[in-house]
Write a protein that binds this ligand. Sequence first.
Ligand SMILES: Nc1ncnc2c1ncn2[C@@H]1O[C@H](COP(=O)(O)OP(=O)(O)OP(=O)(O)O)[C@@H](O)[C@H]1O
Length: 396
Amino acid sequence: MIRFEHVTKRYADGTTAVDDLSFEVAEGELITLVGPSGCGKTTTMKMVNRLIEPTGGRILVDGEDIAAADPVELRRRIGYVIQQVGLFPHKTVLDNTATVPHLLGHPRKKARARAAELLDLVGLDPSVYGDRYPDQLSGGQRQRVGVARALAADPPVLLMDEPFGAVDPVVREHLQNEFLRLQSTLHKTVLFVTHDIEEAVRLGDRIAVYGAGRIEQLDTPATVLGAPATPYTAEFVGADRGLKRLSVTPVEAADLEEPPVVRVDDPAGRAADRLAAAGAPWAVVLGADGSPYGWVPATALTGTGEEPAPQDATVRTHARRMDAWLPLGAPLRQALSTMLQHDAGWIAVRDGDRHLGVLTPARLHSALRRATTADASGTSRGEIALDTVPGAGAPL
Ligand SMILES: Nc1ncnc2c1ncn2[C@@H]1O[C@H](COP(=O)(O)OP(=O)(O)OP(=O)(O)O)[C@@H](O)[C@H]1O
């Protein structure tokens, strides 16, 4: 969709801002450009909408060499969001958002209706905010208007240059999540510049890590964090990259252990037989409606020897509560956090209403290894058999 072929930008004073850059952003893909100040990210981006002209190579948008395109027509196909949003101070939020549809020839009423839809889409109620002026909005709200305005012409391509850079970390995370939600339905082709590795990792389908004028590594967040290609990348992504990987690796069905599952109203004796047959030390307990309830150790079901379990008892009598669970696809970071919060050595994973299995710390570790080796074939690292550690994988 956006293709850079040996693109170079040398400024008149001899500064080489971008040096022989070749890469491609696929249709519907979001690539974050991340790197220290002055490494050429903004120059890369501004060459796509011809605010800056390259001195070498060419850039194709949708197969067409943009050097031959009319810049005004090109910019209509490319939404542009920058940090200083650049809203017209004397126009209302609704009119600011309606500017582009209006320029595109939509009648005023239709342009305003479209603008109201877009404001809604970015989480601003048009009946509350539509008539305000930009200086009556918070920084985060202004950024949202900037995004709405960039989407107004429904461009297939979006260029975003530090769009959430000017807001505090909490608002920033909120805007990032909302943008991800939006992108999951709009599937724009996006180049997103940031100098913040956390933001790059959270948003990018792939991340391009920039050194001076060049891309040092272009790969998925999991691979860049798990297998940095160069010492420069390793240093840039940070010594805590192992922890960052937890945020970008989802729980998959193959990661789960499947201890036996019993229902809370099952007779204790029958449940004990199931566990004995499976040779399992414990079982997951579900409520009558299939909701998470907790777990039960085999020893509790069979009694301690001196005090055998009463014949008429149900699993409920012996079960321990642990009703935290995660949806399939949740990041491993959320899994670990939930385990720590509940002081548990496992967490149930569900697909919709269905119990799938449990994630243990050992399986979490192998999921992290899987994510790296799947993306960077050839990366080999020593096996550490965590499941040989006594007690690993059992409930705490
Ligand atoms: N008009 C210009 N003339 C000369 N050098 C320039 C010009 N514009 C940018 N540069 C230089 O080109 C290099 C790349 O700049 P660019 O703005 O692309 O960096 P960046 O990675 O976006 O940085 P930041 O994160 O600080 O915005 C820098 O060394 C900068 O000083």
